[in-house]
Design a protein around this ligand. Structure first.
Ligand SMILES: N[C@@H](CCC[C@H](N)C(=O)O)C(=O)O
Length: 285
């Protein structure tokens, strides 16, 4: 098909072009290039990537996410909240709580509705993955990677690694404004110690219930927000003794706030906004 209907949505400024695959089909091999084209801010629509809202055999809806370099990731926190809003408002689900399939497994979303519209969404993101080989991160010790010394370019930093279905490496800094996002982000993202590459996050701890957060995303570079990254940052805060399980943490991202709790049962709960920017037709070449 040539012309493609899209909805541009964002979660705290982390924007994607959402394609309704209940109503359209796109050739599988064309998806990576299409993500690059729609995300282009000069010749496309402009976004951090592309998300497909698909039928699923195991849940009412499935999310697939492509970064703006065309790479496909297994999970996306801000995307999950927007997919939940999209599925609810388009009538693909009838309940306020429902499952969403991702390449990393199923999660449960709950939409919070005012009138006919979803204004925010809570997602049970499941349990974080902490063992080194499953992040995946190279190294002999297969235990958790917590506050580990890591030499990158001329910097010596301490890292904690967490997978939320996609890989994250977290560094704690004293001043979030001074975080070396552009300096360290690109080389750490593609460092060979992370075989699948990695999302790179910087965190300033204010208190056990409040942190500041900035991100260099794998496949997209600097974005306004990263939902899975914010979940990983709260898990890392607990692992490093800055917070505790069961404590709700307000995460201040460039694009707004998320509320995140790493529960005693091991599940991470994320709550935040999901918004529609515009709808339209993209003319494919
Ligand atoms: N922005 C997302 C994460 C998108 C995928 C990520 N860049 C990756 O490659 O793993 C989020 O909100 O979680």
């Amino acid at each position: 098909m040539k012309n493609m209907r899209f909805t541009k949505m964002h979660g705290l400024g982390n924007s994607y072009i959402y394609i309704d695959m209940f109503k359209q089909t796109i050739e599988e091999e064309k998806l990576p290039q299409l993500a690059i084209e729609v995300a282009d801010k000069n010749k496309g629509i402009g976004s951090d990537g592309m998300i497909l809202v698909c039928p699923s055999e195991v849940a009412p809806v499935k999310m697939r996410i492509f970064n703006n370099d065309g790479s496909e990731a297994k999970n996306c926190g801000n995307g999950l909240r927007c997919v939940a809003k999209f599925a609810y408002e388009h009538g693909y689900v009838n309940e306020n709580s429902f499952e969403i399939e991702t390449l990393a497994g199923k999660v449960k979303a709950t939409v919070h509705v005012e009138g006919e519209q979803v204004h925010s969404v809570s997602v049970d993101m499941g349990k974080p993955i902490l063992s080194r080989n499953q992040i995946p991160m190279v190294g002999r010790d297969q235990e958790k990677v917590v506050d580990e010394l890591f030499l990158i370019d001329e910097h010596s930093v301490r890292v904690t690694a967490v997978s939320m279905g996609n890989p994250h490496v977290i560094m704690f800094v004293n001043e979030i404004q001074e975080a070396p996002v552009e300096e360290i982000g690109p080389s750490m993202e593609k460092d060979e110690r992370f075989p699948d590459w990695v999302n790179v996050e910087f965190v300033e701890v204010v208190s056990e219930s409040e942190i500041y957060f900035r991100v260099w995303e794998r496949g997209s570079g600097i974005t306004q927000a990263c939902g899975t990254g914010a979940c990983a940052a709260v898990v890392a805060s607990v692992l490093n003794g800055y917070s505790q399980k069961g404590q709700e943490v307000t995460v201040h991202l460039l694009g707004g706030d998320l509320l995140i709790t790493w529960q005693e049962n091991g599940h991470v709960i994320m709550r935040g906004a999901a918004e529609v920017i515009c709808e339209g037709v993209f003319e494919r070449k």
